[in-house]
Write a protein that binds this ligand. Structure first.
Ligand code: DX5
Ligand code: ZN
Length: 221
């Protein structure tokens, strides 16, 4: 699955940029999930969009909104995104206080529950918690900004998570986020990722829909 990140879209033309990746007739050019990066100036040194914008987006698209909350105190805020109609809501392991209740609240509100690990956060410390989750988001850059360089060291984390899924220890969609492009997505796919977030690789391209098809082809290579 390809999840274009709206962080690299034009915030003054969000509807246009959403339609660019959801409206193509060619299936390979269509986004599977629409990745929405929520930042609060506290968990990360950047500020983006929040709940009112997600609520507005929900009204103009049927796309599966994948909200990545890079915020402090997700225990308080995450469920609001589920109630706003997000398909998947991901909180950060480093910020969440009661990850099991958050996952239960998200599911009760009709969303899938995601947990994200920053590069320095070990998978082993979160395996038990991940039994309550639907998605694992492995950060392949430090969260906060688009356009950074993919960290190949993170592939081992993806491989280990893949093994836990394949052996039935966990049941998760494995998502990677950060620096995913034509030249890095193949390795991420080989490591076992299912879902690829791509911001600059999609929205810096002349034709974002064609960029999605190219990424998909490279992931299958
Ligand atoms: C970064 C965000 C990413 C970002 C990825 O903290 O979580 O979703 O948009 O951007 P690229 O694909 O440009 O690395
Ligand atoms: Zn993200």
């Amino acid at each position: 699955m390809i999840a274009p990140s709206l962080l690299s879209a034009d915030f003054a033309n969000l509807q246009r940029d959403i339609e660019r990746v959801t409206a193509p007739d060619v299936t390979d050019q269509q986004a599977d999930w629409l990745h929405v990066d929520v930042m609060d100036y506290h968990f990360v040194p950047n500020l983006t969009i929040g709940l009112p914008v997600v609520e507005s987006m929900r009204k103009i698209t049927d796309a599966k909104l994948d909200c990545h909350l890079m915020i402090d105190d997700p225990d308080r805020w995450a469920v609001g995104y589920a109630e706003a109609g997000a398909y998947n809501v991901t909180v950060h392991a480093e910020a969440v206080r009661d990850p099991i209740s958050v996952a239960m609240d998200l599911r009760a509100a009709g969303a899938k529950a995601g947990l994200s690990l920053k590069p320095a956060t070990e998978l082993d410390d979160w395996v038990e918690v991940l039994r309550s989750y639907d998605t694992l988001l492995v950060m392949t850059v430090e969260p906060g900004f688009g356009g950074q360089t993919f960290m190949p060291d993170m592939l081992e984390k993806v491989r280990r998570a893949r093994r836990m899924v394949d052996t039935g220890h966990l049941n998760l969609v494995l998502e990677v986020d950060g620096g995913v492009a034509d030249d890095t997505i193949t390795a991420a796919a080989e490591a076992g990722a299912d879902c690829f977030v791509a911001g600059s690789a999609v929205y810096s391209a002349a034709d974002p829909a064609e960029a999605i098809a190219r990424l998909r082809a490279a992931a299958r290579r």
